[in-house]
Design a protein around this ligand. Structure first.
Ligand code: GLU
Length: 254
């Protein structure tokens, strides 16, 4: 199966904002296991801005928001990809960095180049690690967040599945902190979740459950099944693929 996996900033960062290399390493182990089971993986990873911010603690943080994003992502992306490169190399898995912008999914010439880049990497068993090119994509050129990017990437690469990893098990019937709330495990096509999904943003990244739910519904409507799950749970990716019925998650059927 070809699977696009999106890992959110909140999964990869500790509470103090530093890069959680232990978690990263555990996710790499799982992706390597899925590859060895024959799955083809495209990784969409956030975490550049968060890891750059924690690296540049000495810098005065009174820069405007665009400057901050450009500076932190430039430094943080280098750190992030370097870690991934080293971790996957232990498994002999070659990885390639794909930094992209929204126009690469709309303008036909740019889109062709993006499609070709993904094709040639997958054909040569190179694992693409995709992120928005935060250094140059600002304001109206930006994706809403990496949830949107992962949905577009899943469609472009004709993935059969999109897994969105966040720091929560999925979509709940109310506030997840409320003991009366229940995790919704299956979302049938066309089901309206607006009564359940609350607009709250994660602290480390740009996306929230609202955007995940919108992207998931849209991507499922395009024939790709989508799972939202908690990337901080041990062995989550392997469990989702091998024992989904006993693994907390929200699955959007297509
Ligand atoms: N591209 C951003 C980063 O790597 C994350 C955007 C998002 O949170 O969705 O930091």
């Amino acid at each position: 199966m070809r699977i696009t996996i999106k890992i959110g900033s909140n999964v990869l960062t500790r509470q103090d904002g530093s890069l959680d290399v232990t978690r990263m390493s555990a996710l790499v182990d799982q992706i390597a296991q899925l590859r060895s089971q024959g799955h083809e993986i495209i990784l969409v990873s956030s975490g550049a801005v968060a890891s750059g911010r924690s690296e540049l603690k000495h810098i005065q943080h009174d820069l405007d928001s665009v400057d901050q994003r450009q500076l932190f992502s430039a430094v943080g992306q280098a750190k992030l990809i370097n870690r991934y490169f080293e971790l996957f190399r232990e498994y002999g898995i070659p990885v390639g960095q794909v930094l992209t912008t929204k126009e690469n999914f709309s303008d036909s010439e740019h889109k062709k180049n993006q499609e070709n880049c993904m094709r040639v990497m997958l054909e040569n068993s190179v694992l693409p690690i995709v992120n928005e090119n935060d250094t140059v994509s600002v304001t109206e050129l930006m994706f809403t967040d990496n949830d949107e990017l992962s949905g577009l990437m899943a469609r472009m690469t004709q993935s059969q599945m999109l897994i969105i990893l966040s720091n929560i098990d999925g979509i709940y019937t109310g506030n997840p902190a409320d003991p009366g709330s229940r995790l919704i495990s299956i979302v049938k096509p066309g089901k309206d979740l607006s009564d359940y999904v609350q607009e709250s943003h994660s602290s480390a990244g740009r996306g929230g459950m609202q955007s995940k739910s919108t992207v998931a519904a849209k991507t499922a409507a395009a024939g790709i099944s989508v799972i939202i799950a908690n990337g901080k749970r041990d062995d989550i990716l392997v469990k989702l693929m091998n024992d989904r019925d006993n693994t907390p998650c929200t699955e959007f059927l297509c």
